[in-house]
Ligand binder design. Structure first.
Ligand code: ADP
Length: 337
């Protein structure tokens, strides 16, 4: 598909270049040939007026020679212009191809990313659906199923449905526009962190993990409240998910130039060096040797977090040591009075 579009666009650019070139060449040919003819004939007139003795008829050979020279000059100009056009055709073809490639590249990349995203999303959607289908089929075949067993099947299906619903809302979040239309306002960082901590308090409580923050209530940023609460909730939720019981999460923040730098430090499993550059990619899940199977997730949280930070013209980075924990560093624009 992109190959044929590339060929078509190359031809289109080439047609434009050749039309302009031919227009100039034809005009140039007409102007120069008529000027040469006029010049030669004028020379002849001058000669006849001043050079030829009175009463003598014009020399026919001279007239013929002049016409020959005019025709010769015209032919030379024509060939020069033909050669020039051939050169323009060849170089114009190459330039058109390069321009067409440059024009189509971002479209091709966006298309590839879209296809990859659709393939990954379908793959992730298939697993819970397949699990539900199998359970329901087995239950339907079992003629002596008790009410208690049927309830278990329904509960397990409900769990899968909850996963599917969280996956689809995450997918929706990723496909939404890049936050350009979001209404940004001045927000106290402490308020956002408090809200995010509240959102994860149940999960933290289950693992007896403490979430502490020492954030100055005067730190004010510019952003979209809902998105930023979601950003900190994702990071805190991950800190809890990827830590053992009874660990701690510390949140600190400070001013740095026109930015406010927030650090979320956990004492979790840490992330391998090779995984660090990929964890913000969609559907990427680092290979955790421990607890890997028990931790639910689709590898979408950090890509949503990155998208939120990008839409605020901020920056998100991670530092991590295996077995010791991770620090997520988020830089967001400070509110300036
Ligand atoms: P999910 O948690 O659903 O797998 P994320 O996009 O939130 O997806 O995270 C991507 C991967 O990065 C996770 O699978 C995990 O391996 C790793 N990760 C994220 N946060 C942490 C953390 N605080 N500690 C250790 N690993 C983490």
């Amino acid at each position: 598909m992109f190959h044929s579009a590339l060929v078509k666009l190359t031809f289109l650019y080439l047609i434009v270049i050749m039309t302009i070139s031919l227009f100039f060449c034809i005009t140039l040919y007409q102007v120069s040939t008529s000027e040469i003819g006029r010049g030669m004939r004028r020379q002849q007139t001058i000669f006849e007026e001043f050079g030829r003795p009175q009463g003598l008829a014009p020399n026919q050979n001279m007239v013929l020679e002049r016409e020959k020279q005019i025709a010769e000059s015209n032919r030379r100009i024509l060939w020069q212009l033909v050669y020039t056009n051939i050169i323009i055709l060849v170089t114009g073809g190459a330039i058109s191809y390069l321009f067409a490639r440059k024009t189509l590249k971002p479209i091709e990349e966006a298309h590839e990313a879209q296809s990859r995203f659709t393939a990954d999303a379908s793959h992730e959607l298939r697993s819970p659906l397949a699990a539900m289908k199998t359970e329901i089929e087995v239950a339907l075949r079992d003629k002596n199923m008790k009410a208690e067993e049927a309830k278990n099947v329904l509960e397990s299906n409900l769990e899968e449905i909850e996963k599917l619903s969280s996956l689809t809302s995450n997918l929706l979040e990723l496909t939404r526009n890049n936050g350009n239309g979001l209404k940004k306002e001045k927000l106290g960082l402490k308020v956002l962190i408090d809200q995010a901590s509240k959102n994860v308090s149940k999960a933290a409580g289950k693992k007896a993990i403490t979430v502490n923050d020492s954030i100055d209530p005067n730190l004010v940023i510019i952003g979209h409240k809902g998105s930023l609460v979601q950003l900190f909730t994702i990071l805190l939720d991950n800190g809890i998910k990827y830590s053992d019981h009874q660990k701690k999460i510390e949140i600190t923040a400070e001013k740095h130039g026109h930015l406010i730098v927030t650090r979320i430090k956990d004492e979790g499993f840490g992330i391998k060096e090779g995984d660090l550059i990929h964890i913000f990619d969609r559907f990427y899940r680092a290979d955790l040797s421990r607890s890997r199977d028990k931790i639910d997730g689709y590898g979408l949280g950090l890509s949503i977090a990155k998208k939120i930070v990008d839409s605020h013209n901020g920056e998100i980075k991670v530092e991590s040591i295996i077995g010791q924990g991770s620090i997520f560093v988020i830089k967001l624009p400070k509110y300036i009075k």
